[in-house]
Design a protein around this ligand. Structure first.
Ligand SMILES: [Zn+2]
Length: 332
């Protein structure tokens, strides 16, 4: 069998026998061999941009990967190493830490282009800040974004609204912020009470919001912010943390934002939290409520830190839950 026969195009696939014969003839005639063709393509040496699109009723929703963050087990509240070691084994997690993808979601409502969360810009290191490349891969420019909806004002969700030089990354966009979160991050008493390590979170949140002061809206929960997109209170992770229900008519999606951070642990152990939770007890209560709801109604969810692209369903499992990633959507 000729090596050249592995060069299958669609027509060749349908007529494999003739391709084999043609391939043999090509090699016999001194044509291109597979080994020399492969050698001319150098290894890329870097991952491809992360952008995956699916249809949700009349909307298109594109998951955009900003990159990833590695955390240690000491950043997981309630972490029990015996239980965790078993969960890591079940999930094929290597090592003793956890890798959190950071996903944003682009909604095309047919009328508007709306970005849900904005990644990190250059604020969280070299494994992050890839949102611009992901948007370009999705064929969208920052100037086209009409609105940026923020789930909460943490660095990995908000700081990407600024370019590294501090100017607006989305010139034409209105910035929509959850009002309760805005009040918290602009509260000087909360800033002064925060550990030094968290003070940059406050300052960065203020700087990001202030850049959009002329085109900014604060919103409450259970508000339809644009047709088919409604805010849902998910308080706990931060005081004003929200998710968004996306109703595309025939089909819907619940963006659960940071209800879950470490998928390999927190579906099975929903009471475990994350060091960044402002109110860990409330965050755990919210997580259980959300997971209980979506495992009952079977709705498609999207998570900011669920394995990219972050779409899937939640089912009950034992005393906890399990996540079932959604199939790739091949067509509309
Ligand atoms: Zn987050």
């Amino acid at each position: 069998m000729s090596e050249a026969s592995t060069r299958l195009d669609r027509r060749g696939f349908l007529t494999g026998a003739s391709t084999l014969a043609a391939g043999s003839a090509l090699v016999a005639a001194g044509g291109l061999s597979v080994s020399s063709a492969s050698a001319s393509a150098p290894l890329a040496g870097q991952p491809m941009a992360g952008a995956i699109r699916r249809k949700v009723g009349s909307f298109e929703v594109t998951a955009l990967l900003d990159g990833y963050l590695d955390i240690g087990s000491e950043q997981v509240l309630g972490h029990d190493e015996d239980i965790a070691a078993n969960l890591r084994k079940e999930a094929f997690v290597e090592g003793s830490g956890y890798r959190l993808p950071i996903n944003a979601f682009l909604l095309n409502t047919g009328d508007k282009l709306v970005l849900v969360d904005a990644g990190t810009s250059d604020q969280m290191g070299p494994t992050l800040g890839k949102l611009g490349g992901a948007m370009a891969a999705a064929g969208v420019t920052p100037e086209q974004i009409d609105a940026v909806l923020i789930t909460h004002m943490h660095p990995d969700h908000l700081f990407g609204v600024l370019k590294p030089d501090g100017s607006k990354a989305f010139e034409n966009a209105e910035l929509l912020l959850p009002e309760t979160d805005y009040r918290f991050w602009f509260d000087d008493a909360a800033l002064n009470a925060a550990p030094d390590a968290f003070k940059p979170f406050f300052l960065g949140a203020r700087k990001s919001a202030d850049a959009y002061a002329a085109n900014q809206t604060l919103f409450g929960s259970d508000k339809e912010l644009l047709p088919g997109v409604t805010s849902v209170d998910l308080a706990g992770h931060t005081p004003g943390h929200v998710g968004f229900r996306v109703d595309g008519g025939d089909d819907g999606l619940f963006i659960i934002a940071d209800a879950v951070h470490v998928s390999s642990l927190q579906f099975a152990q929903p009471d475990w939290g994350i060091a960044f939770d402002t109110d860990p007890a409330q965050a755990a209560k919210t997580r259980r409520k959300v997971l209980d709801e979506v495992s009952s109604d079977g709705h498609l969810v999207a998570g900011s830190h669920l394995p990219f692209p972050g779409f899937g369903h939640v089912a009950r499992s034992g005393d906890g839950y399990r996540f079932a990633p959604a199939d790739w959507q091949y067509s509309n």
